[in-house]
Design a protein around this ligand. Structure first.
Ligand code: SF4
Length: 694
């Protein structure tokens, strides 16, 4: 860290990396950021932070930042720097001509979990009210869309049930498909403190993540399941709980639909769902499945935390509902120390989902076919809305290939690198007439763009982020935008270039509109956030001070809904050609596709993507630590070095996806969650062979 002198002023703002939502004191000297100090009064971090939030902000001033708009007629031409006026006129002209020729449904947009609530709200408003379609989606499509579906179906709302502080009252902590020490470090420290105090830990994960065995913390049970078998593990646990009379029937009778519970209980009690039978599928010994189930049902307050190892599967939504079933059958909902808690990956993925970024939902998760909800927006926006749900990201790409989808506005996401089956994404983008990338850097998606609109960093804007515990916090501008405009101003300028008449003077006015149109945000304003520090939705007449814990007296949907979740093996199979299963994840010193961390000076942020492989599998292939390998699937292949480790089980390999040179998603498949199309990143049949390098 380069110290450039004592700070002259400080601004309290919120980290732009993960869903923990740590707040910081950004200390400034003139227009230069001197350092980021974790804020002692931060409600999510209580004065703590991880290295990313504290030190990895150098990308904000990186030489790769693009600060002038650029356009080009065709993607094989060089970029041409132009004024904002010319860029906006060019873009609006293209969008309008596509709309006139092919109709409103030929246009769409993608909102960003990196951007503020106010910015994502405006992008979906531009798509619905300006483009005239519901073709709006968000990067949650590839991470937590099954959380949205699963928790809304079972509990009635698409969000985690607890605040972070609640873990202090947990007696049993069940972590499934998440690696908090790498991906959510500040909350992981909180969790470890509780474990050191005596809480018991169950880890369900194919890898021996750090939590399984850390100093002073050891999992009571680690269930190293075969990738793709989450539902089978959870069903086996439910079989034990129901079969051994451990269900909390008093809670279920009072809070849940009893008939649905009985149907579900009969289902999980079938002999085919016993741990002894499902051990063959999950590769977890029956004795371990039984012991974990008994501990969770009888160990006191049981809290479940999960991540993308749950959602990014062909049965992602089923797994989320199976988790909800497990919480309900044990009565672990509606008080401190319990609950179902998705650990959101990106800083504002919760907020992007809340703000109406899905093609079927307006802000606050109201279905677009709901005439009353639509009428509220139509009256406020003075425009008629399409009552039909729009296209999801994969459907937009498919429609581009048949010529019915022709223009895409992408704010703050690199879909070429982050979405599955890279070749298909590239082909879809290439087929479009107008791709607009609104970002900090010329990312991989921009190779296929006709317009580049420079974006602003979290240090250059004012608005709000919502973290994994539904906590809405202010993001405050600490320096002027390098491009002259905050992202919401760019979207507003584009809307007005298309003939709309928007006149927001600041992002506070956008939040006022969100509050007016979104019941769960009714009590939110920037002024109130400035006074309170943060607020947890729902915040409205029924919950004037916000809601740290949800479903306290009843579920949002009324009665909790047990859903039968039958285990269905993924279509992705190993075989002689591809005998190993690849799963992917994140490490502490890198962040997703690395757009920020790769552009932060210290090389500690630049570790290469490595392929973790069990010693037995490595020996069978004549591989040793550091050797180059060719990683191939039926979709594609890439080259990377091997890391020989028993963190992964035999037959399983693991890598990260941070570097464009590696492009791990070249090998991932087209399979996706049955309900939401969330890609199945976590299960790909692969072969690994020695290689001479790239
Ligand atoms: Fe930022 Fe997450 Fe680290 Fe907190 S834990 S500093 S929110 S990356």
């Amino acid at each position: 860290v380069k110290e450039i002198g004592k700070p002259e002023r400080a601004v309290i703002t919120t980290c732009a990396y993960c869903g923990v939502g740590c707040t910081f004191r950004a200390e400034m000297r003139g227009e230069q950021l001197v350092r980021m100090v974790p804020w002692k009064d931060g409600k999510a971090n209580h004065g703590h932070s991880c290295v990313k939030g504290r030190f990895a902000w150098g990308y904000a001033n990186h030489q790769d930042r693009i600060t002038s708009p650029m356009i080009r007629e065709h993607i094989d031409q060089p970029w041409r720097e132009v004024s904002w006026d010319e860029a906006l006129a060019f873009t609006a002209g293209r969008l309008q001509s596509i709309k006139a020729q092919y109709g409103a449904r030929a246009l769409g947009g993608i909102t960003s979990s990196r951007c503020t609530n106010e910015e994502t709200f405006l992008v979906q408003k531009l798509v619905r009210a300006g483009f005239g379609s519901n073709n709006v989606d968000t990067c949650a499509r590839v991470c937590h869309s099954p959380t949205g579906y699963g928790l809304k179906t079972t509990f009635g709302t698409s969000a985690g049930t607890q605040d972070f502080d609640s873990v202090d009252q947990s007696d049993v902590i069940l972590v499934i498909g998440a690696n908090p020490t790498d991906a959510h470090p500040v909350f992981a420290s909180r969790m470890k403190r509780r474990l050191r105090q005596g809480a018991k830990l169950i880890v369900i994960d194919p890898r021996r993540i750090d939590l399984v065995r850390m100093p002073h913390v050891e999992a009571a049970h680690h269930l190293p399941l075969q990738p793709g078998t989450n539902v089978a593990v959870l069903t086996a646990m439910a079989h034990v709980i129901v079969g051994e009379g451990l269900a909390d029937e008093a809670f279920i009778r009072e809070r849940c639909d009893w008939d649905e519970y009985q149907d579900w209980a009969r289902f999980v009690s079938e002999p085919r769902h016993s741990p002894e039978v499902l051990a063959a599928v999950t590769r977890v010994p029956a004795v371990e499945l039984r012991a974990a189930a008994r501990l969770f049902a009888t160990g006191g307050n049981g809290a479940i935390y999960y991540g993308l190892g749950v959602t990014e599967h062909s049965q992602g939504s089923s797994t989320v509902m199976a988790i909800a079933n497990l919480a309900m059958v044990t009565g672990n909902i509606g008080r401190r120390g319990v609950g179902v808690n998705p650990l959101r990956g990106q800083n504002n993925v919760q907020g992007a989902c809340d703000m109406g970024s899905f093609p079927h939902e307006l802000s606050g998760y109201r279905h677009i076919s709901d005439g009353d909800a639509r009428a509220l927006f139509e009256a406020d926006w003075r425009v008629a809305l399409d009552p039909e749900p729009g296209l999801r990201i994969p459907n937009m790409l498919d429609a581009a290939m048949d010529g019915s989808f022709r223009a895409l506005y992408v704010q703050g996401e690199d879909i070429l690198q982050s979405d599955p089956n890279t070749k298909h994404v590239a082909a879809g983008l290439k087929a479009m007439d107008c791709v607009i990338v609104h970002d900090l850097f010329l990312n991989e998606t921009a190779d296929y763009a006709h317009v580049f609109l420079p974006g602003s960093t979290f240090l250059e804007k004012t608005g709000t982020f919502t973290n994994a515990e539904r906590r809405i916090q202010m993001v405050r501008k600490v320096m002027e935008p390098a491009n002259g405009m905050e992202d919401w101003q760019v979207t507003q300028a584009l809307a007005n270039a298309m003939g709309l008449d928007w006149d927001y003077a600041n992002s506070s006015e956008i939040m006022d509109e969100i509050a007016r149109l979104t019941p769960s945000f009714a009590g939110v304003s920037h002024q109130r956030l400035d006074q309170a520090g943060s607020l947890q939705w729902p915040i409205n007449a029924a919950a004037p001070d916000g809601s740290p814990i949800m479903h306290v007296d009843g579920f949002v949907r009324g009665k909790g809904k047990f859903v039968v979740t039958d285990y269905v093996p993924t279509d992705e199979k190993t075989g002689p050609r591809f005998p190993l299963l690849l799963t992917t994840g994140r490490i502490l010193s890198q962040y997703n596709v690395g757009a920020q961390t790769r552009r932060t000076g210290n090389t500690v942020w630049h570790p290469e993507d490595l392929l973790e492989m069990h010693p037995t599998d490595a020996e069978n292939r004549g591989l040793k630590d550091g050797d180059w390998t060719r990683l191939a699937s039926r979709t594609g292949e890439t080259t990377l070095r091997v890391l020989v480790t028993d963190r992964v089980a035999p037959g399983v390999v693991y890598t990260t996806f941070h570097h464009p040179a590696t492009q791990a998603n070249v090998v991932t498949t087209e399979y996706s969650d049955w309900a939401t199309n969330c890609p199945e990143y976590k299960v790909t049949a692969v072969q690994v062979m020695p290689s001479n390098g790239p």
